[in-house]
Ligand binder design. Structure first.
Ligand SMILES: CC(C)(COP(=O)(O)OP(=O)(O)OC[C@H]1O[C@@H](n2cnc3c(N)ncnc32)[C@H](O)[C@@H]1OP(=O)(O)O)[C@@H](O)C(=O)NCCC(=O)NCCS
Length: 165
C-alpha cells in the first residue's frame, strides 16, 4: 500500500479528527494527543507541527487523505542530542507495514536534519504492535519503567526503545 510523508496543512483538520479520535488509537497515546479533537485544538496542533526548527512532524497521506501522524521532536539541555519519536495510523490501514516503513524514513530524515546521536520511543508495555514496529525498524529495547504511566485510571509500564546513529 502506497503512502507519502508530508507536512500537515490546515485542510487536514477534518481527517485528523476523523481518524485520530478513534479510542483504539487514543487509548495508546498521551492524554495531550487524546485531547486534540476539536476543530480549534486540531488547528492549533497543525500550526505547532509546522513551527520552529526543533521537530519534523509529518502526516501519512494515503489515497489523498491525511491518515496518520509521525514525528520526531528534538530534546533540550543535556538531552539535546536526543529526539523523541511518536506515531499513529488510521485504523483502516493497520497491518500493511506502513508504520514500520514510515519510521525508517523519518528516522533517516532526523539523523540527516539534526545533529543528534539517539532517537527513542516510549510505547506502553501493553502496546505489542508498537513494540513490533519499532523492532522491525531497527530499534532496540533499552529499559522498562515500571508503572510510570497513568492512563485512563490505570498504571502502566513504559518501555524505552532506542536507535543510535
Ligand atoms: C501501532 C501502529 C502504529 C502500527 O501501525 P501498522 O502500520 O499497522 O504497523 P505495521 O503493519 O508496520 O506492523 C505491525 C506489526 O505488529 C504486529 N501486530 C499488530 N497487532 C499486534 C498485536 N495486537 N500483538 C502483537 N503484534 C501485533 C503485526 O503482526 C506486525 O508485525 P509483523 O509484520 O511481524 O506481522 C498502529 O496499530 C496504531 O496506530 N496504533 C494505535 C496508536 C499507537 O499505538 N501508536 C504508537 C504509540 S507508542
Amino acid at each position: 500500500m502506497d503512502f507519502i510523508l508530508r507536512p500537515w496543512c490546515f485542510d487536514d483538520v477534518d481527517c485528523l479528527i476523523k481518524y485520530g479520535s478513534n479510542p483504539r488509537i487514543t487509548q495508546l497515546m498521551s492524554d495531550g494527543f487524546s485531547n486534540l479533537f476539536t476543530t480549534e485544538k486540531a488547528t492549533a496542533f497543525i500550526g505547532f507541527a509546522n513551527s520552529g526548527n526543533d521537530k519534523l512532524y509529518r502526516t501519512i497521506e494515503i489515497n489523498g487523505e491525511a491518515s496518520g501522524g509521525i514525528g520526531v521532536m528534538l530534546q533540550t539541555d543535556i538531552y539535546q542530542k536526543n529526539a523523541e519519536l511518536g506515531y499513529w495510523l488510521a485504523e483502516p490501514y493497520w497491518g500493511n507495514g506502513i508504520i514500520s516503513r514510515a519510521i525508517k524514513m523519518i528516522v533517516e530524515d532526523a539523523f540527516q536534519t539534526f545533529d543528534i546521536n539517539r532517537v527513542y520511543a516510549t510505547p506502553f508495555a501493553t502496546n505489542t504492535a508498537s513494540q513490533r514496529v519499532l523492532e522491525k525498524a531497527g530499534f532496540t529495547l533499552e529499559a522498562r519503567h515500571f508503572k510510570k504511566v497513568f492512563k485512563n485510571g490505570e498504571y502502566l509500564d513504559e518501555l524505552i526503545y532506542v536507535k543510535l546513529r
